[in-house]
Design a protein around this ligand. Structure first.
Ligand SMILES: Cc1cc2nc3c(=O)[nH]c(=O)nc-3n(C[C@H](O)[C@H](O)[C@H](O)COP(=O)(O)O)c2cc1C
Length: 357
């Protein structure tokens, strides 16, 4: 088993340099640029974007509906928060998309500006958006309309859900369960985001009592649902090995199918945080290649101790050889996000590297 991760790097080509120019032009509008990914996906057939044909299926031993993907690289939650234009993203060479994170109702997110910053030299993003989204009802309705076409192309659509930050203690369980049950009807698979580092609230993955309660309720819901769908928990990358293994133990007891490892890395624990965002007094998360080595190590640890869990690696994956390394360690598929800010047609390039390098 390989425990020394290699942070494979790529040489910048013309497209990457064009992207660098776009970042420079919009350097004070990181959030606007981030929201252009949908348009970029829509237009991408103009410069060679097309459906991937690297089909794979993730099967589950508990009878959950298999996840069919047209490539092992899936767009991570946060890039398409509201479920608009889902099918365009298939043009990017992605195998699927996780929409959201959705909460029970519309949320404006954090009110400070900027909420997103980029560190060019480290190719990282500092995110402090605070779960802005249109609310699960609108998001699920959009997914329901588009998922038929997506599935015909073996493009899977998951929905990520989270508790409404700051909700009264007595309403927490119902809030998350309602959001989950609305999302469940629409999506191919579900992600429960228990690790958001930027809402000013405590993360759920450290709250063992609530984790037990909510995953107990979720499992009850699934037992009574007409179709069993896969449920993943999205965990924070800063968990200690001991915390991670005891969480996996807990999740396994409640029939959770797998984990996404992981979310953005809490910025107060890394020296890379961007002062412009820290000054606002709200914590945030760091993503991009600086967190990759941790992603790899945690994935290897999780697989070693819980081989039956479906494992999705996420965090700093920006090269096809990283995907290859992770798949060979037993990861089912990977999720990516930040790479699209730095690499032109990133997923297509990564598929090429995965096959031919
Ligand atoms: C601007 C931004 C917004 C994000 N929003 C969400 C979100 O709403 N829900 C979520 O689960 N993860 C969110 N993430 C985290 C990503 O899904 C992913 O876990 C993280 O960025 C690590 O992957 P990467 O290094 O490939 O970007 C967000 C990340 C960024 C950069």
């Amino acid at each position: 088993m390989n425990t020394i991760p290699k942070n494979h790097d790529y040489a910048l080509d013309f497209g990457d340099k064009l992207l660098a120019l776009i970042r420079f032009v919009f350097k004070n509008q990181a959030e606007f640029r981030h929201s252009c990914l949908g348009l970029y996906a829509k237009l991408s057939p103009l410069w060679g974007g097309k459906l991937a044909s690297k089909e794979m299926t993730v099967n589950f031993s508990d009878g959950s509906k298999p996840i069919n993907l047209c490539s092992p690289i899936v767009l991570a939650a946060g890039a398409n928060k509201n479920g608009k234009g889902i099918n365009s993203y298939a043009n990017l060479g992605l195998g699927g998309i996780t929409v959201g994170t959705a909460t029970r109702n519309f949320r404006i997110g954090n009110t400070h500006k900027p909420r997103v910053g980029l560190d060019e030299s480290n190719r990282l993003i500092h995110n402090s958006m605070g779960l802005n989204n249109d609310g699960i009802e609108k998001i699920s309705a959009r997914v329901e309309k588009q998922i038929g076409k997506a599935n015909k192309n073996k493009f899977a659509v998951g929905i990520s859900v989270a508790e409404t930050p700051g909700i009264a203690e007595e309403n927490r369980r119902q809030d998350l369960l309602e959001t989950f049950s609305i999302a469940y009807k629409a999506a191919d698979y579900l992600e429960v985001n228990v690790s958001c580092p930027n809402t000013g609230e405590e993360r759920l993955d450290l709250d063992t009592c609530f984790m037990k309660e909510i995953f107990f309720e979720i499992e009850n819901f699934r037992k009574n649902a007409p179709c069993r769908k896969a449920v993943y928990a999205k965990l924070s990358p800063d968990l200690t090995d001991k915390q991670l293994l005891s969480l996996l133990d807990l999740l396994a007891q409640f029939g959770v199918n797998g984990i996404i490892l992981g979310n953005t890395y809490p910025s107060d624990k890394l020296s890379y945080s961007l002062p412009a965002l820290n000054e606002k007094g709200t914590s945030g998360g760091i993503s991009g290649r600086v967190i990759y080595e941790n992603t790899f190590k945690k994935a290897v640890l999780a697989k070693k101790h819980f081989p039956n869990f479906s494992l999705v690696a996420c965090g700093g994956i920006d090269h096809g050889l990283k995907v290859k390394d992770l798949l060979s360690e037993g990861v089912d598929f990977v999720q990516v996000y930040s790479v699209f800010a730095f690499r032109w047609m990133a997923a297509q390039k990564m598929i090429y590297e995965l096959d031919f390098k």
